[in-house]
Design a protein around this ligand. Structure first.
Ligand code: PGA
Length: 252
C-alpha cells in the first residue's frame, strides 16, 4: 500500500527568511503521529535552511527541478550531485517547466533517470491541457507522458506520480474527484502496471491542481489517490497543516 504523501510545491515564492519561517510553522504545528509523509519543496536557495528548520521532525525536503548532468557548463542549473544529501525528493516534469521553459519528455526522462541513479525520489508530474481534454485526449496524453518519462527505467522503487491537469493548476478549478480517479486509477495505474507489473501498486499517486483543506478529503477517500501535490495552499502553514490533518483522517 503506497504511503499517503502530501508535498508542498512553493514554486518561485518565499525569500530564504520566509521559507525558514514557513517550514518552522509547519514543523511546529505538526502532530507527530500524523502518519503522513510530508515533503516541502522550497526554491533551491532555501533547501539548506529549510532542511535545518525541519531537522529532528519527520518532514522531508524536495527540490522543484534538477538538471540531468552531474556537472558541467550549464549556467544557472542545479544538478543531482548538488542535491544529494540536501533533499530526498525532486519534482520533475512539472507543467510549468514543460510549458514555460520548454522542457521536453526526453529531458524529463533523463532527469528521472538521473534522480534514480543518485538516490533521489522523483515526483513525476503528468497532466493534460484543457485543449487535450476537450479533444478527448486526456488519457492518451497522460499515458504518453508516463511512457516517455519512464523509458529505459527498470526499477521504479521510490517513484511518485503526480497527476496535475494543467487547467486545474492555480486556477481554483480543481478537477472533480471523479475525473482525478478516472485518470489516476485508470490511465496512470494501468500504464504503470503495463510497464512495471506489480511494482506499480506501491507507487504513491498524488493529485495536484487547486488542492485546499476543503477539497483534499474528497480525493483521498478514493482508493486510487494516495496524496496531493499542493501549490498555493502550501504557502500558508495553517492551510498546509489542515491538508495534512485531512489526509491523516481520510487515509489512516
Ligand atoms: P496549485 O498548484 O495547488 O496552486 O494549483 C499545484 C502545483 O502546481 O503543483
Amino acid at each position: 500500500m503506497p504511503v499517503p504523501t502530501i508535498a508542498g510545491n512553493w514554486k518561485m515564492n518565499t525569500t530564504v527568511h520566509e521559507a525558514t519561517r514557513l517550514a518552522t510553522g509547519v514543523r511546529d504545528g505538526l502532530r507527530m503521529s500524523s502518519g503522513v509523509e510530508i515533503v516541502l519543496c522550497p526554491p533551491f536557495i532555501a533547501l539548506q535552511p529549510v532542511r535545518d528548520a525541519v531537522q529532528g521532525s519527520p518532514i522531508k525536503v524536495g527540490a522543484q527541478n534538477m538538471h540531468f548532468e552531474d556537472s558541467g557548463a550549464y549556467t544557472g542549473e542545479v544538478g543531482p550531485l548538488m542535491l544529494q544529501g540536501l533533499c530526498e525528493y525532486v519534482v520533475l516534469g512539472h507543467s510549468e517547466r514543460r510549458q514555460l521553459f520548454g522542457e521536453t519528455d526526453d529531458q524529463v526522462n533523463r532527469k528521472v533517470k538521473a534522480a534514480f541513479s543518485h538516490g533521489l525520489r522523483p515526483i513525476l508530474c503528468v497532466g493534460e491541457t484543457l485543449e487535450h481534454r476537450e479533444a478527448g485526449r486526456a488519457g492518451a496524453v497522460v499515458a504518453h507522458q508516463l511512457r516517455d518519462a519512464l523509458s529505459g527505467v527498470h526499477d521504479i522503487s521510490g517513484l511518485l506520480v503526480a497527476y496535475e491537469p494543467v487547467w486545474a493548476i492555480g486556477t481554483g478549478q480543481a478537477a472533480t474527484p471523479e475525473i482525478a480517479a478516472e485518470i489516476m486509477g485508470g490511465t496512470v495505474l494501468a500504464s504503470l502496471t503495463a510497464l512495471f507489473g506489480q511494482a506499480a501498486d506501491d507507487v504513491p499517486l498524488l493529485y495536484g491542481g487547486s488542492v485546499n483543506p476543503e477539497n483534499v478529503g474528497s480525493y483521498l477517500r478514493l482508493g486510487a489517490i494516495h496524496g496531493a501535490l499542493v501549490g498555493g495552499a502550501s504557502l500558508d502553514a495553517n492551510q498546509f497543516l489542515q491538508i495534512i490533518q485531512a489526509t491523516a483522517e481520510a487515509k489512516l
